[in-house]
Design a binder for this molecule. Structure first.
Ligand code: C2E
Ligand code: MG
Ligand code: MG
Length: 398
């Protein structure tokens, strides 16, 4: 995605050189040779970088800084001039006193070599995605799934995968859920996103089934999904279309706070369960989940939150809590899954505490479908941890 830059200078050589350099760094450049031209620029709000000549006709840099300040631009400003360091330092101090982002001073004679030094650190995080872009990404199928293996901690065999959504943005590269799920939640996009994810998961399942791989797929679904009207009819239609094996699908829920045991959402959950899907309570132990929901709603699985698992090899309390959750889940007849296992010490402690299923970087990162296929072909249940270390170098973690 192009960022906007503005060059304010009456020297056409500087304008030409500046334009060329900024374009090379991915900027879209507008220029103003006079204060009048600057004032006539229709839209400067998105400008992220300004090259400002200190002297511009009868206007000084201070006049222009005043004007830029009034525009409330959020741009970084580089002063360019043939003036002395002292004059430049004064202008920078004035700009800073107004709260403008003054990056520094660059002599015009050093523009060619010096500008890149300034621009390097500016090529920071790209602009955050917008809801329109996300809606378009869902329509244009830029979302894809990464698959994180889940294994039996006791025997090492692969039970299935958790499907984790990714966004392959043409400009920004791969985006992770924390950069777009909140955007989807705030802009009514969770339903189209979830339907798309379910469809991708069902398609993937069909491919694996055709290879004879009977893998379970866990899909994250939001509360909005089970509260939506017509969810069962649409789910049945997708199931039929992709010949999905529902006994090999687990739906993971985090937010169940608003789900009443006699309400519509609970009815939907029970109906999904009757169709053969398993239900997991995700991130158990965090603020979102509650003990009441655990036995009132038809869960078959409980996932211990990563925040506990990550501490069990360092912190006694975390280990006690984790062992208690495992015990509780087991007594309730639930499959207990530990997520975020990163070390062999955590792995061993979980096995000792009776946890049956696990996932985490120490087994495998989330992988693209192709990388997962390779991983699975090479996987050896007898050495679930040591095995993955060598595999990671050849797998495309995602
Ligand atoms: P989650 O469902 O609890 O998924 C587990 C997250 O932990 C994933 O992050 C996974 O990559 C990460 N993880 C797994 N093992 C390790 C480990 O050993 N160490 C560390 N540090 N992290 C590990 P990811 O993919 O960024 O997803 C974050 C959250 O976004 C998910 O948490 C889930 O709540 C949400 N999410 C992901 N995909 C979907 C989706 O398709 N739909 C919905 N509604 N939410 C999704
Ligand atoms: Mg999950
Ligand atoms: Mg989780």
């Amino acid at each position: 995605m192009l960022s906007d830059a503005l060059i304010i200078d009456d020297d056409c050589n500087v304008q030409l050189l500046g334009k060329m350099l900024l374009r090379q760094h991915g900027y879209q450049v507008v220029t103003a040779s006079s204060f009048g031209e600057l004032v006539r620029q229709p839209d400067l709000l998105n400008v992220e970088l300004i090259l400002l000549d200190i002297g511009l006709g009868e206007f000084t840099s201070l006049d222009i800084l005043e004007y830029l300040y009034d525009l409330r631009l959020n741009a970084s400003i580089i002063l360019i001039s043939s003036c002395t360091e002292e004059t430049a330092a004064h202008a920078i101090a004035e700009g800073e006193a107004k709260g403008l982002k003054m990056l520094g001073f660059l002599s015009k004679s050093k523009l060619l070599t010096g500008l890149t030094t300034f621009l390097g650190p500016l090529k920071k995080a790209p602009k955050a995605p917008t809801s329109d872009e996300l809606a378009k990404a869902i329509r244009e199928q830029q979302l894809f799934l990464a698959f994180q293996p889940q294994i039996s901690l006791q025997h090492g065999n692969v039970i299935g995968v958790e499907a984790l959504v990714r966004w392959q943005d043409p400009q920004r590269g791969v985006l992770y859920p924390d950069s777009f799920i909140p955007l989807a939640e705030q802009n009514g996009l969770m339903l189209p996103l979830t339907w798309y994810v379910i469809e991708l998961a069902m398609k993937q399942q069909a491919q694996w089934q055709s290879r004879g791989w009977d893998l379970n797929i866990s899909i994250n679904i939001p509360a909005a999904f089970i509260q939506a009207e017509g969810v069962l009819e649409a789910f049945d239609q997708l199931t039929q279309e992709h010949q999905a094996v529902l006994s090999k699908i687990t739906l993971e829920l985090t937010e169940t706070a608003g789900v009443e045991c006699l309400g519509y959402a609970c009815y939907v959950l029970k109906a999904l369960r009757q169709r053969g899907c398993k239900l997991a309570l995700d991130d158990f132990g965090t603020g979102h989940s509650s003990l009441t929901q655990l036995y009132r709603l038809p869960f078959s699985e409980l996932k211990i939150d990563r925040s506990f698992v990550s501490l069990i090899d360092q912190d006694k309390e975390a280990l006690v809590i984790t062992a208690s959750i495992i015990d509780l889940g087991t007594r309730l007849g639930l499959t207990v899954v530990a997520e975020g296992i990163e070390t062999s010490a955590q792995f061993t402690l979980l096995v000792e505490a009776g946890c049956t299923v696990g996932q985490g970087y120490c087994i495998a990162h989330p992988l693209t479908a192709g990388a997962f296929n390779t991983w699975l072909r090479e996987y050896s249940p007898s050495a679930p941890i040591t095995h993955q270390t060598s595999m990671l170098s050849c797998s495309k973690a995602c």
